[in-house]
Design a protein around this ligand. Structure first.
Ligand code: HEC
Length: 203
């Protein structure tokens, strides 16, 4: 009798901790008094793509210079590959990197130089119930791109969200430029790469 009740107690405790684990999704950002603390550690998240808007193709000054290395937090990546959706609580980082050189041993082109800025977007119904899609947008870049701010306030909807709403392929995110996300959408274990012999080109 004693043994059974002890086992039952252990099972109940395990069940409770599993439920608690499920309910508390990990958050990769901190917002205090409306200011987002500069996220850290994101170069160890999941990398999704690198759009490039070089200054020399944008009248000398692209709005977001120049390489954009884009990352998603690991728990949102798990959710994306299982469900094909961005979870409530997702954060994506866009790190800006200069064009360092236009020539390499491999040929002429654009090669990454130095880190010059940091932007972020967060989907949260708790923090942004009134933003379209619950997405808000931040920048930690300074005007001369030489340092980063400690905290940042969200931009007004018209400044960032409106363009994302109009032109982004999937829930305000420009997945059309992130092959890791387009190939990994709802792909489960195949999202990690290397399991399929078919490449995603039509020709
Ligand atoms: C005129 C359209 C436009 C505006 C305005 C705009 N963006 Fe974007 N944004 C894009 C495009 C296009 C991409 C993907 C390609 C790229 O990075 O060049 C992007 C990508 C991003 C990403 C990577 C995640 C994602 O959603 O794809 C972040 C973060 C981001 N923008 C932040 C901002 C911030 C912060 C602002 C406001 C200061 C802003 N954006 C305003 C067009 C825009």
């Amino acid at each position: 009798m004693l043994r059974i009740s002890r086992l039952t107690a252990i099972a109940a405790a395990m069940g409770a901790s599993l439920i608690a684990f499920d309910a508390v999704a990990e958050t990769y950002f901190e917002i205090t008094d409306g200011e987002l603390t500069r996220p850290t550690g994101f170069r160890e998240w999941v990398f999704v793509g690198t759009p490039l808007t070089p200054n020399d193709m944008n009248n000398g000054k692209a709005p977001f210079p120049e390489f954009h290395a884009v990352y998603i937090d690991p728990e949102s990546w798990d959710h994306w590959k299982e469900t094909g959706e961005f979870r409530d609580g997702a954060i994506m980082i866009k790190e800006l990197i200069s064009v360092g050189s236009k020539q390499a041993a491999s040929g002429n082109g654009y090669f990454m130089g130095e880190y010059i800025g940091l932007e972020a977007t967060i989907k949260s119904s708790e923090h942004f119930p009134d933003e379209p899609g619950n997405w808000a947008y931040y920048s930690f870049s300074t005007p001369d791109h030489s340092s980063l701010k400690e905290t940042a306030a969200a931009f007004p909807t018209a400044a960032c969200n409106a363009c994302h709403a109009a032109a982004a392929a999937d829930d305000f995110v420009f997945t059309q430029y992130y092959p890791v996300l387009t190939a990994g959408k709802g792909a489960g274990d195949d999202a990690g790469g290397g399991t399929q012999s078919q490449l995603g080109n039509d020709g």
